[in-house]
Ligand binder design. Structure first.
Ligand code: PAF
Length: 279
């Protein structure tokens, strides 16, 4: 695996591959890799000739400075995991390399950006849009892979590439879960043993909501989910919403399979976790 730290070098490598007709796959990450990330790299490997993954903890998407400071940084382990899965290129830029000057762009994703994570974490998606558009500009991938765990982020990125007319195919990839159902996340390592033990209730609640979906109303399902989470004193619910999977607005009808998605965000101590299930 070739590790590249500058945008100029990466652009020149990519131009060379592109001129040979190679398909470039891209997996952007903030490091602290787990098997969920690795599954994205594997998928990219199966569909592309060259796979590039980036590790960059993007400061502009953290609305909470403490969260940025506490974000796990495990570069050596990450690089080894990428090497083991035969990722071709690791892009590991400095902050100056990505933001030679502060990015003052303000994006407007309309209602997609106002709900759920958008309302809980002001500025978060603007920062995601800033970094992802910059990374796409440097990496120039044909295909980019994102996990469905960050369902709203995926919707925003699809909208971003439309707005900026970026010719990249966005490939959504299923959430990977631990054996007890907990969605894999870089933040899971921050849970105390007691919190980690309680955390599978999130996925269990979502699975149950899916099971009950055919027979209960949306309101009943929301009440049920909120009650379930309310039984765990270590959890502080931020939101549980059943939304349309395309518009992310609250669902008023059930529609066909896959039309809606149940999304949840909560805090356990100082750790914030999100998850979702497509209904
Ligand atoms: O999902 C993430 O890890 C980040 O939001 C991303 C897409 C790498 C942008 O920093």
């Amino acid at each position: 695996m070739n590790t590249v730290t500058t945008a100029a070098e990466l652009k020149s490598i990519v131009n060379n591959f592109r001129s040979q007709g190679k398909i470039i796959g891209f997996v952007p990450t903030m490091g602290a890799l787990h098997q969920g990330h690795i599954s994205l790299v594997k998928r990219a490997k199966s569909e592309c000739n060259v796979v590039i993954s980036s590790i960059f903890v993007n400061p502009t998407q953290f609305n909470d400075k403490k969260d940025l400071e506490k974000y796990p940084r495990t570069y050596n382990k990450d690089a080894e995991m990428l090497q083991n899965v035969t990722c071709d290129i690791l892009f590991y830029p400095s902050e100056k390399e990505i933001y030679p000057e502060p990015d003052t762009r303000v994006f407007d994703f309309g209602n997609l950006g106002n709900v759920m994570e958008g309302s809980q974490r002001p500025g978060h998606f603007n920062g995601v849009a800033q970094v992802v558009s910059r990374l796409f500009n440097i990496v120039q991938p044909h295909k980019a892979y994102f996990g469905e765990k960050d369902f709203q982020q995926l919707a925003i990125i699809k909208q971003l590439v439309k707005q900026l007319s970026i010719t990249v195919q966005i490939i959504p990839c299923p959430t990977l879960r631990e054996a007890d159902g907990l969605a894999m996340s870089s933040r899971n390592v921050r849970l105390s043993p007691e919190e980690r033990k309680a955390a599978p209730l999130i996925a269990q609640t979502l699975f149950k909501v899916k099971e009950l979906y055919a027979t209960k109303t949306i309101k009943e399902l929301s009440t049920f989910a909120k009650q379930q989470i309310g039984t765990q004193k270590l959890m502080e619910l931020e939101y549980f919403e059943i939304v349309n999977a395309t518009t992310l607005q609250p669902a008023d009808t059930k529609g066909a399979a896959g039309e809606n998605v149940a999304c949840i965000a909560l805090r356990m101590g100082s750790t914030r976790l999100i998850d979702n299930i497509i209904l």
